[in-house]
Ligand binder design. Sequence first.
Ligand code: ADE
Length: 237
Amino acid sequence: MHFQVITLFPEMIDSAMNTSIIGRAVKNGVISVETVNLKNFSCNSYGSVDDYTYGGGAGMLMQCEPVYNAYLSTVERLENPARKPRVIFTTPQGRVLDEKIAAELAENEDLIFLCGHYEGIDERVLEEIVTDNLSIGDYVLTGGELPSLVMMDAISRLVPGVLNNKESAETESFNNGLLEYPQYTRPKEWHGKEVPDILLSGDHRKIELYRTREAIKRTAERRPDLYEAWLKNRGIW
Ligand code: ADE
């Protein structure tokens, strides 16, 4: 999986993508991340990439030409530029990312992320290059870098070889439509709270049943929307 990120703030992307589990995957060559600095594609002598909005209104808009030239330079760098890559524009106006979308994106070899700033990007260049408008939730952030990082993290952990056995994505929340069951480690008693006996029983079948029950209970309590979808999926609703 090769990510390219078009951004005004490459240092934000670099620092997060070189840390922890994703950083290990980058080091091991399982995924790679390249940033393309939009400031290098300015079309004027001031080095700016934004301008006032036609029709008035607050704030500045990113211009077509710098964004388009940055995009062309990312495409040129692809191993196979003929294969049109997905270009994801991070925007609160997009579909909201979920595990299913992340899994589908994880199947791609190349993904390009376009991070907006200021009041947004001129619509004409978006029409020309963007294949997916994607949001991370119904709230507005100051820029597209954090959403891109969230998306790349969610996608990367589904790429084979990124997680090791202990971190396996299989048992985590959402992979079966349920939230994860509660987990415990030593000590056996803490602040008067005991680890449930069944987890110490060594009976793996019973433990699995217990965990499934807890996952269902937790999902019903905390995310009734997911619980309803899970029931429907099993033909129970
Ligand atoms: N840019 C600003 N807010 C955003 C959001 N919620 N999701 C994706 N991109 C964004």
